[in-house]
Design a protein around this ligand. Structure first.
Ligand code: ATP
Ligand code: MG
Length: 452
């Protein structure tokens, strides 16, 4: 009884609504409306002209304040989803956990959500761990601010006045490079364990330090992630891997004790006896590409994460006298079958992964007509990028991707000359050495050689 009462009191305290936001003028924060996407601005103006409140909120405001180009735009409004839908021709209501509206213009999609009521509203449905399952109760802007996860994410920018409405001292926290949870961290993690992952990702991406009060409970509460649906975890892991700071994020997750058994994808990444170097190279490569605004694909990244398992399986089959190509396909299927369900990899991604893997043995044929056919393949470039990573990690000789680079760019005479001097396709010395060490009959000799 007393415990129940205490919990109620703490819950109230944890989600206390601050009705009076600080009003920060543009002279202080420096974000001009021209820096925003024109579509996000338009969405706000149309809503405001129709008598609703509307602000750009969340990641975009936060990112602009620290000088990061925003990835996408979220708008918060007093209009209901149906009212929003009626104002924009290209829009649709989508409802997964919450009902929100996607407003489309050109290639941009703005996510518009209605102000939400405080968490302790009666209608909130939770599971036995306190995780919020469903609530669609609309509330005031101040209540909406309380529902957001971090203080730096509860900033509302009005493109008309260029003011920021700051409900939880987010601007000050951002200046101090602190990521602080709104309310009681334990309660907030219980409501939605994914916030632990968001904290790590946003901290790494923006160079913010997770406030100790938010950091401490993570280790002990990590197991709550087990109750989160696999598809949502997968989405969050994708965001993390493509944040441009995946290496930093993964190191941080490991430090916080957030990997073991909780995030199957992370286990694959962190527990690679053979492919460790390759996987980290691939993650660094992905980070560089994201930061240079180059395209990245989940298929390519997952192909690298699982490649060394495929290699081991393929090698075993080849030793068992299976032919190269069928052995590779059988190995691919076996590895994907074992992993795909656990990782919630979508079917489209599986298709991309297979395409990249299937091209690899074709890079070994540097004579006759085969190279001409290979460079015409639509996925040649992805396949070649993958080949180069393999060489960088020491699995195959660098001469092979270099030869293909020259061949693909050469004129027809030069190509004939290149065909005459095709590189050997043997294994790189490092891989040979490693493979030899794994043979049980030579384990002793390998150990002696290592020690000397
Ligand atoms: P980014 O878009 O860079 O990943 P973001 O903070 O914009 O970061 P979104 O997923 O786009 O992330 O969410 C938009 C806003 O919605 C957040 O800034 C935050 O205010 C709120 N939000 C998102 N996820 C949660 C959550 N799990 N709990 C509470 N608030 C959330
Ligand atoms: Mg966002």
């Amino acid at each position: 009884m007393i415990r129940k009462l205490l919990r109620k009191v703490f819950r109230r305290a944890a989600t206390a609504v601050n009705p009076e936001p600080a009003l920060i003028p543009v002279a202080q924060h420096g974000i001009r409306r021209e820096q925003l996407s024109p579509v996000a601005r338009k969405v706000c103006t149309v809503l405001q002209e129709n008598g609703h409140k509307a602000f750009v909120v969340g990641g975009a405001v936060r990112d602009l304040l620290v000088g990061h180009p925003p990835k996408d735009y979220d708008v918060a409004t007093s209009a209901t989803p149906e009212e929003v839908r009626a104002l924009f021709r290209r829009s649709r209501i989508i409802g997964r956990r919450f009902k929100i509206v996607h407003v489309m213009s050109g290639s941009e999609t703005i996510e518009v959500s209605t102000f939400r009521a405080s968490q302790d509203a009666e209608a909130t449905e939770t599971d036995e761990h306190g995780r919020v399952l469903r609530d669609n109760v609309y509330g005031s802007q101040a209540e909406d601010a309380t529902r957001r996860d971090f203080t730096v994410n509860a900033l509302y920018y009005d493109p008309t006045t260029e003011h920021i409405l700051d409900y939880h001292h987010g601007v000050a926290d951002l200046k101090q490079k602190t990521l602080r949870i709104i309310g009681d961290p334990r309660t907030r993690y219980r409501e939605d364990p994914v916030r632990m992952l968001r904290g790590v990702r946003l901290g790494a991406k923006l160079g913010l330090t997770l406030d100790p009060a938010a950091r401490h409970p993570i280790r002990e509460m990590a197991s709550l992630l087990e109750n989160v649906p696999a598809a949502r975890l997968f989405d969050e892991m994708l965001k993390l891997l493509f944040s441009g700071y995946s290496v930093k994020c993964l190191q941080q997750l490991r430090e916080e004790g957030l990997h073991h058994g909780l995030l199957p994808l992370l286990d694959v990444i962190l527990e690679q006896p053979m492919g460790e170097r390759f996987v980290w190279l691939s993650l660094e490569n992905t980070d560089d590409r994201v930061r240079q605004d180059k395209s990245v694909s989940p298929g390519f990244l997952f192909a690298t994460l699982l490649w060394h398992e495929v290699l081991a399986n393929w090698d075993a089959r080849k030793r068992g006298d299976e032919h190269t190509q069928p052995a590779l396909f059988a190995a691919m299927d076996e590895v994907l079958e074992a992993q795909a369900g656990k990782l919630a990899i979508t079917r489209r991604i599986v298709g991309d992964i297979k395409e990249i893997w299937a091209l690899q043995p074709r890079f070994e044929k540097c004579t006759g007509k085969a190279p001409y056919r290979l460079i015409e393949q639509p996925r040649f470039r992805a396949g070649w990028d993958f080949l180069r990573l393999r060489a960088q990690s020491g699995e195959i000789p660098m001469a092979l991707p270099e030869w293909w680079e020259r061949f693909s760019h050469a004129g027809s005479d030069a190509r004939e000359a290149l065909l005459a001097e095709a590189p050997g396709t043997g294994e790189a010395p490092e891989r040979k050495r490693r493979r030899r060490r794994r043979k049980p009959s030579e384990a002793g000799a390998g150990a002696v050689a290592d020690a000397s």
